[in-house]
Design a protein around this ligand. Structure first.
Ligand SMILES: [Zn+2]
Length: 140
């Protein structure tokens, strides 16, 4: 059995897919003004989001793994996918921009991490846009 002294850490990033509807709107603007202001996202539409969750933990010298993948998948399934997949995001959260969704997902995972350390969430909204929220960003 390997013995890591000091303990070795590693990061693992797991990927998920999330389909959902949303629109971006400022309440003080008319629907036409919102459509003009937010361009593509100003009208109700869907995205195939790519979600990447990065975990950090010590490597278990017995297994050689830093975290058990099934536990991570169960947590993301329970806290993110069951809640948001195939839903209208505006019915769940007040702001559905990629920036706020990345923060929301990271916040929900950290609240329930059960011994795992979630260090960041990356949310790919389109092939051009990817939003990154790190744990330290939540303190700002
Ligand atoms: Zn959009």
């Amino acid at each position: 059995m390997a013995n890591f002294n000091p303990p070795l850490t590693c990061q693992l990033t797991t990927r998920y897919r999330l389909s959902a509807l949303h629109l971006l709107a400022r309440p003080e603007l008319s629907p036409e003004q919102n459509a003009q202001h937010f361009v593509h996202c100003g009208k109700l539409h869907g995205h195939e989001y790519g979600l990447e969750v990065t975990w950090e933990a010590e490597i278990d010298p017995r297994s050689g793994l830093c975290v058990q993948r099934e536990k991570l998948n169960d947590l993301v399934e329970e806290k993110i996918l069951k809640v948001f997949h195939k839903q209208k995001l505006n019915d769940i959260v007040s702001n559905t921009s990629g920036e706020f969704l990345a923060r929301e997902f990271l916040t929900r995972l950290i609240r329930e991490e059960r011994g795992h350390s979630v260090v960041q969430v990356a949310l790919q909204e389109t092939h051009k846009n990817r939003f990154l929220c790190r744990k330290e960003d939540l303190e700002k």
